[in-house]
Design a protein. Structure first.
Length: 474
């Protein structure tokens, strides 16, 4: 596929005629004469005075800052002047309180300038962390190729990071590897598609799709809440079910889960993938969305992917913590959905620090800096469920439940068999109505007979939106 220049990317993403350059002329007089010749030739070829273009424009009417690499200028390499240009742009965006959109395409640090350029990656990273600490969005589009110090600094710090299809993305340039090791770098590792599968980036996006994706992201990250359009289910549950009946209903294959809540009750949803650290577990869904018009970050246990062969492992909880961190950084409310038969019990999970990840999730959920709502959707078993429970408010579907162990397991411990599971479920007070009575749950969502997946999902979304509105007003 054709690879767009920095200026074409600007024109593609920004509203027509709104770009205003922030770039000051570059002074090359202090460089050696032969390097000056090289810089002038690069400028003639690329049509830019440096490897980075910065400025401000409008994206669907919203003011944004844009930083774009121009690979045609010395392979998009970052020298001292380019680094300073990025730092100035980031700090100006922070001062003006606007999001930053970054489009990388670079071989990394400019070797002609060596260590003085290399260490400026620290200044870029520091400025970006100040921007994120101000609660301002930073979105990254990795273009072909993005390697070296650029990928290892401002290319890997986005709240959301997506990449061009088929792009070469990696820390080590394959040519350098080949020269140093006298063999080719293994194929297929440093591709955008593999990075998405590995949980390092969130999506692979064609350049032409960027405007829609960025618009959806900013609509959640910075636009105010919309009016409520969904009806809440008020009043007590239509019927008080036995604990065992609720357990059976929560395990039904056709029961709606977090996917249905996002499908029917969410708008503008953008799924994020993995931990950003090379791990991905499909048992956890992380997304930004609007629930009944309220922008939020969602973390949710996906019941459809949790089986005996693929239980919820430590990586899933690390993904959840990524969502918690994202909510705090963007100052967006957090909604967690609990629906799990339990965390993985295996030697692999022990080596992956499953207990520690449960503890870290609990502590992070319990100390969120933004309003939070936890939702018991169905099964709520063990530490894997407790990990997402602490919140400003907890709501529960009528036939959801919470227990330290599967009732069958509790029966085995107490009675030495699984035949007393229904008795254990009753005695342990696991039902949503029991949890409401003891103050663990603040609201129970009734599940009338004949309920459909769509109606149930809409009711859950409506209650989440209502609770978040109440929290924001308190």
């Amino acid at each position: 596929m054709a690879h767009y220049t920095a200026r074409v990317l600007l024109n593609l993403v920004l509203d027509e005629g709104t770009f205003e350059s922030w770039d000051q002329p570059v002074d090359i007089s202090g460089h050696a004469a032969d390097y000056q010749v090289e810089l002038r030739a690069a400028a003639d070829r690329a049509g830019t005075d440096e490897s980075v273009i910065t400025g401000r424009g409008l994206m669907k009417g919203r003011p944004v800052a844009l930083i774009a690499n121009e690979f045609g200028f010395l392979a998009g390499s970052i020298g001292v002047a380019a680094a300073e240009r990025i730092v100035v742009a980031v700090r100006r965006a922070t001062a003006e309180g606007i999001p930053i959109l970054a489009g990388t395409s670079s071989g990394g640090t400019r070797m002609q300038e060596g260590t003085p350029a290399f260490v400026r990656m620290i200044d870029i990273s520091r400025a970006l962390m100040e921007h994120k600490n101000a609660g301002l969005p930073y979105l990254v589009y990795l273009r072909h190729p993005t390697t070296g110090g650029v990928f290892a600094s401002w290319g890997s710090l986005g709240h959301i990071t997506v990449a061009e299809p088929g792009a070469l993305i990696g820390f080590l340039g394959p040519k350098v590897y080949e020269l140093l090791n006298n063999k080719a770098f293994p194929p297929g590792i440093q591709t955008s598609e593999n990075l998405m599968r590995s949980g390092i980036i969130d999506a692979v996006v064609f350049p032409e799709e960027l405007p829609v994706m960025i618009d959806r992201a900013l609509a959640i990250m910075i636009d105010p809440p919309a009016e409520s359009t969904l009806a809440r289910r008020t009043g007590p549950p239509a019927a008080v079910s036995s604990a065992w009946n609720s357990i059976r209903r929560s395990r039904a294959q056709d029961r709606a889960g977090v996917r249905e809540v996002l499908r029917y009750g969410g708008t503008g949803t953008i799924r994020l993938q993995g931990t950003e650290e090379g791990e991905r577990d499909t048992a956890m869904i992380v997304a930004i969305t609007r629930l009944d018009g309220v922008p939020c970050v969602v973390i949710g246990q996906d019941r459809t992917t949790q089986t005996a062969a693929t239980p919820m492992g430590p990586a899933a909880l690390r993904e959840a913590r990524r969502g918690m961190k994202l909510a705090n950084e963007l100052k967006l409310p957090l909604v967690s959905f609990i629906d799990t038969p339990g965390a993985e019990l295996s030697p692999e999970a022990e080596r992956g620090a499953i207990a520690g990840e449960i503890a870290r999730c609990i502590s992070q959920m319990a100390t969120m800096k933004v309003p939070s709502v936890s939702v018991l959707l169905g099964e709520g078993c063990g530490g894997g469920a407790l990990a997402l429970l602490p919140a400003s408010r907890t709501i529960a579907a009528e036939h959801s439940w919470l227990s330290p162990l599967q009732p069958e397991g509790a029966s085995a411990i107490v009675y030495g068999d699984v035949d007393h599971a229904d008795e254990m479920a009753e005695s342990q007070k696991i039902r949503s109505v029991d949890l409401f009575e003891i103050g663990v749950v603040h609201q129970v969502i009734p599940e009338p007979e004949g309920d459909t997946a769509e109606a149930f999902a809409l009711a859950v979304a409506a209650e989440c939106g209502a609770q978040l509105r109440e929290l924001s007003e308190s």
